[in-house]
Design a protein around this ligand. Structure first.
Ligand SMILES: Nc1ncnc2c1ncn2[C@@H]1O[C@H](COP(=O)(O)OP(=O)(O)OP(=O)(O)O)[C@@H](O)[C@H]1O
Ligand SMILES: [Mg+2]
Length: 428
């Protein structure tokens, strides 16, 4: 049942958001906070006004984890609002994602897309956007998010997003929210942050709020009810710390220059639609591993990795000794073997064994990652074990609960291959 807008109640915060003229918002505005706090419906209610202000020259994009989450969370309320309350029309083609909105005599061409997978950004065509609504932004892939921002080139382009809090290691928190809260001027020029609690949704009863509070505990309560960005249980590398284990690329370059790093090697995880990840490691005399650089791209073959290896050997002025590669693509590994001076291993370790080794290295503060390795850093904050509910849903056996979810794990696999091979060959 679509909501009855004539019965809507508005908190002070909702009123302030709805009354603010579209042109006074910066490029990206995020509404985040507790569940059911009215984030999505506030944006839905504001869309007609924003469209009117921006005009219909360019494409408008609605994204979510997948097309169907956009339909279930957004279109389900946007369509009746536009058609029954504003006299407009919404035509949606679920298979192509094309959405045509007619409102106040203008036709707006929109596209609904899923942004949750690592290959999402390659699935949509180029072009200029002047509006982007990201429903549940933290569920989008980092590559999709960057691609979307780069499309919003017109001066009047505006993006709005809603989200529940995730881990404080999440890119959205590290790159936008935290600097915004710390008063970073550069971030504040392009990003605005509205925090909502259930009290900011005047349409909820006290009983409803009390019942919601009972549904969550621990880190999930902090996130879903209090709207805080905190680390949750279930992360595979939960002791990896962005404060302790991430270093400026400069620091790494100095170590290379001073010959503190004595050996260089690679870990490779082949993909096609899912990205191929190739990680470059250095190791010093104290057996501290440095993740120096990463290659992360979809639809690339061995030749691309080969030229990257030559480029990097030149850039850092060092030779690399070996690569341990995913054994799923023997022909690509052969090409690496023939075209580079590296020893190419194809040892695919058991997941549990190699995760245990990487965890140990991290626990002893023996893995330091250059801030340049953005995709790997993102995966550190999302690579996790299935929850009990997910195990039950997927019918997993008890023994399989030790296996991390195979979502956005490309760099994490390359990391396992590289570190496992070095530790098992040369010791700790
Ligand atoms: N303007 C409104 N008029 C009537 N009801 C509303 C309005 N805004 C919110 N609500 C009620 O509050 C509920 C939660 O709103 P909404 O879905 O926007 O919250 P949310 O913060 O996006 O939640 P979630 O984090 O679960 O996605 C709605 O399902 C609806 O019942
Ligand atoms: Mg919502």
């Amino acid at each position: 049942m679509p909501i009855k807008w004539e019965k809507s109640l508005y908190s002070e915060k909702a009123k302030r958001f709805l009354a603010k003229p579209p042109e006074e918002f910066p490029l990206l505005t995020l509404l985040d906070g507790a569940v059911r706090s009215g984030k999505t419906l506030n944006i839905i209610q504001k869309i007609p006004q924003i469209f009117d202000a921006i005009g219909n020259e360019n494409l408008k994009v609605f994204s979510g984890y997948s097309k169907s989450t956009v339909r279930n969370n957004v279109l389900i309320e946007l369509k009746p609002f536009i058609e029954n309350y504003l006299g407009g029309n919404c035509k949606y083609n679920g298979s192509s994602g094309e959405l045509e909105i007619t409102l106040w005599g203008k036709i707006y061409q929109c596209l609904v897309v899923g942004g949750g997978e690592s290959d999402s950004s390659s699935s949509i065509q180029g072009g200029t956007w002047d509006f982007w609504y990201a429903n549940e932004l933290p569920q989008h892939h980092y590559g999709f998010y960057n691609m979307a921002l780069s499309r919003l080139t017109p001066a009047n382009a505006r993006a709005f997003a809603d989200s529940n809090p995730e881990s404080s290691n999440h890119w959205l928190y590290r790159e936008r929210i935290k600097p915004y809260l710390d008063g970073d001027e550069d971030v504040r020029k392009v990003f605005e942050y509205w925090h909502f609690t259930m009290k900011d949704n005047a349409n909820l009863s006290k009983t409803f709020i009390d019942n919601q509070e009972k549904l969550y505990s621990g880190a999930f309560k902090a996130r879903k009810i209090n709207g805080l960005w905190v680390v949750a249980e279930g992360l595979v590398y939960d002791t990896f710390s962005f404060e302790k284990h991430v270093i400026p690329h400069e620091t790494l370059l100095n170590k290379i220059k001073n010959n503190e790093i004595t050996e260089y090697f690679l870990g490779v995880d082949w993909g096609w639609n899912h990205p191929t990840a190739c990680l470059l490691f250095g190791v010093d005399r104290a057996k501290t591993y440095y993740l120096a650089d990463e290659l992360y791209a979809s639809k690339i073959e061995a030749d691309k990795i080969i030229s990257w290896i030559f480029e990097k050997q030149k850039e850092y002025g060092r030779f690399f000794s070996f690569a341990n590669c995913d054994n799923a693509r023997p022909e690509q590994n052969d090409k690496l073997r023939r075209s580079t001076n590296l020893v190419i291993y194809e040892e695919k370790p058991k997941v549990e064994d190699s995760v245990a080794i990487v965890r140990e290295v991290i626990n002893y503060d023996k893995l330091l990652v250059s801030e340049r390795c953005k995709n790997t850093l993102n995966e550190f904050s999302t690579y996790r074990y299935p929850t009990e509910a997910e195990q039950a849903r997927k019918g997993l056996l008890e023994s399989e609960s030790d296996i991390p979810l195979k979502i956005n794990d490309d760099c994490m696999d390359a990391l396992r291959y590289g570190i496992f091979k070095h530790v098992t060959t040369f010791g700790k």
